[in-house]
Design a protein around this ligand. Structure first.
Ligand SMILES: [Cu+2]
Length: 121
């Protein structure tokens, strides 16, 4: 499963060349495939183009389908999406995905997952 998601993430820049205005992720924190010893306190996604923050969403999807919606940080930069995790957010160890959906300025919605792993404590 993780392998398929990782390949999907890598394939996105190729799509971006075909339709330059679509928003795709060019960098993320945590990076795709990261193995983390503790839950991230903060997540960021950088896109190749401006996005409509009001119509964009971030969600953490965890082992066993656990879902943790994230509140987007106030718009800092036009191409950046960021969120702080709640201080009391307890994320189970295992395979997680940072799931994003954004609306680009060209009116197109794109979505994807950034997979990462939380190690057992
Ligand atoms: Cu587009």
């Amino acid at each position: 499963m993780g392998r398929r998601l990782l390949l999907g993430f890598i394939a996105l820049p190729a799509l971006a060349r075909q339709a330059a205005a679509h928003a795709v992720v060019v960098a993320s924190d945590p990076p795709a495939g990261a193995v983390l010893a503790a839950a991230p306190r903060h997540v960021t996604l950088r896109f190749n183009s401006r996005i409509d923050h009001a119509r964009s969403r971030l969600l953490l999807v965890g082992p066993e389908g656990a879902q943790v919606p994230l509140d987007l940080a106030p718009e800092a930069e036009p191409a950046l999406l960021a969120a702080d995790l709640a201080p009391d957010a307890a994320l189970a160890p295992g395979a997680w995905r940072l799931r994003w959906q954004v609306l680009a300025v060209d009116g197109h919605i794109t979505r994807g997952d950034v997979p990462f792993t939380l190690q057992p404590r």
